[in-house]
Design a protein around this ligand. Structure first.
Ligand code: OFO
Length: 176
């Protein structure tokens, strides 16, 4: 099958969006690392890698449907952030924007009766639901910890616990 030019163009915009998210989270990871927040840095590095994987999946899909994936130019992400709380709030806001963008792609695929793209996008719909839920958990924990003198230490410990849980889930998945 061959994809429509309009759908191809919209998926290419999503490629650029995922690519930017990957670099944005990498920049946030580096900022956290520089502040000595290793747990936060690792969490954001993982998010950055996931976004790259989301981007690559669209490359593969476009190739499968005889479309053409364009390697995007990435605009420079911010390098400075005020607080770690602000970093995670921005990740959440960014993920909500990604969800809106995925929803628009689904709407376009529906309008075009493009069943293959609809099916392909279901993975992203589920992924966004999971990512938004995860970020809400992170923000809830950060709020619970509050901004007392040891808060950064506890936030970082909390993120390290989430990293360990994610690693354990991954290796269980690999073994299954
Ligand atoms: Fe979390 O953004 Fe990709 O899909």
């Amino acid at each position: 099958m061959m994809i429509s030019k309009k759908m191809e163009e919209a998926l290419n915009q999503q490629i650029a969006f995922e690519g930017y998210a990957s670099f944005l989270y990498l920049s946030m990871a580096t900022w956290c690392d520089h502040k000595g927040l290793q747990g936060c840095a690792k969490f954001l590095q993982r998010q950055s890698e996931e976004e790259r994987m989301h981007m690559m999946k669209i490359f593969e899909y476009l190739s499968d449907v005889d479309g053409f994936a364009k390697t995007p130019g990435i605009s420079e992400p911010p390098h400075e952030f005020k607080t770690v709380q602000e970093v995670f709030q921005s990740v959440y806001e960014h993920e909500k924007k990604v969800t809106q963008s995925i929803n628009k792609l689904v709407a376009l695929a529906n309008k075009e009766d493009d069943y293959a793209t609809q099916t392909f996008l279901q993975w992203y719909v589920n992924e966004q639901r999971e990512e938004e839920a995860q970020m809400r958990t992170v923000l809830d924990r950060i709020t619970l910890i509050g901004d007392g003198p040891q808060s950064l230490y506890f936030i970082d410990k909390e993120m390290e616990a989430l990293n360990k849980a994610a690693e354990a889930a991954e290796s269980a998945g690999e073994e299954a």
